[in-house]
Ligand binder design. Structure first.
Ligand code: CAA
Length: 267
């Protein structure tokens, strides 16, 4: 097992080859800053390479949030170039969740907004608590999803619903998420982690070479639809929005707990 401890995440190994990756910034509702993304990338590479690990569950610490998105406080002063790099770092994490040759599961225990929904939809399965809330609120902050949401969401919910969610930024409750095909299962919060672990153990008790082959082939669908190209375009567009007044205003308004006044002009 990897020896190095982390500051923003935590790894827990359960029985039967199932490991849990906890995002551990509960005070900021597990918002993803650059340090957390880098640790997640490092941990996922280690989990992917570890022969003892057969499945990985991603979840968030605390009662309230899975991941409340990218860290707005850190993002608000980013330059265009820094924003492109930030987007690419988040995308690297989502690509690892999607492409690692073992099953990945999101146990969504509360708010999964922006980057939180994007992390969840990169996993092979999403189990959600009844209190889970999904959504892509980036346009309310003057930006767009930057961790693969524009490339992946339509595969789950179809293009009309993907546009509705991304253009409106509205939150979706767990029951609606189940109805539109965003999640696999919804259950009481108290049962979520145990049920996710149990399902992961059931999957990895099957033939792992067969599960790996199935995952590879199912993923080829998104690769053949130009995922890599779309992610690059997303990072560039995400960065470009950091040259507009609305990104500064939207993120300042979040910190100041007020409504933004968008102007739609360049800075
Ligand atoms: N970034 C930084 N800090 C965050 C955060 C985020 N995404 N989400 C919550 N926090 C912080 C809050 O600032 C607050 O900190 P303080 O106690 O220091 O004030 C703390 O977490 C608790 O949050 P709230 O007081 O806001 O809790 P609430 O219950 O009133 O609301 C919430 C919960 C609806 C999730 C609200 O926090 C919220 O809207 N958060 C932001 C969600 C969001 O817009 N996410 C998208 C980010 S952009 C993105 O993800 C881009 C991308 O794709 C790369």
């Amino acid at each position: 097992m990897e020896s190095k401890a982390y500051d923003c995440i935590r790894r827990e190994d359960r029985g039967g080859g199932v490991s849990i990756l906890w995002v551990a910034r509960a005070k900021a509702l597990n918002a993803l800053n650059l340090a957390t993304l880098r640790e997640m990338e490092r941990a996922l590479l280690a989990l992917s390479a570890d022969p003892e690990v057969r499945a990985v569950i991603l979840t968030g610490e605390g009662e309230k949030a899975f991941i409340a998105g990218a860290d707005i406080v850190e993002m608000k002063e980013m330059s265009r170039g820094e924003a492109v790099d930030f987007s690419k770092t988040g995308q690297a994490v989502t690509r690892l969740l999607q492409l690692m040759p073992k099953p990945t599961l999101a146990a969504v225990n509360g708010f999964a907004l922006g980057g939180g929904t994007e992390m969840a939809i990169s996993c092979d399965f999403i189990f959600a608590s009844e209190s889970a809330r999904f959504g892509l609120p980036e346009v309310t902050l003057g930006v767009i999803p930057g961790f693969g949401g524009t490339a992946r969401l339509a595969h789950f919910v179809g293009m009309p619903m993907a546009k509705e969610l991304i253009f409106s930024g509205r939150q979706v409750r767990a029951d609606e998420a189940l109805r539109v095909g965003l999640v696999n299962r919804v259950m009481p919060a108290a049962e979520l982690l145990a049920a996710t672990v149990e399902f992961a153990q059931e999957v990895v008790s099957n033939s792992m070479p067969a599960v790996r082959s199935a995952k590879k082939l199912l993923n080829e669908f998104s690769e053949s639809n130009g995922l890599h190209y779309k992610l690059d375009s997303e990072a560039q567009e995400f960065g470009n929005l950091f040259g507009w007044h609305d990104q500064r205003e939207g993120m300042a308004a979040f910190s100041e707990k007020r409504k933004p006044a968008f102007e739609g002009v360049r800075t």
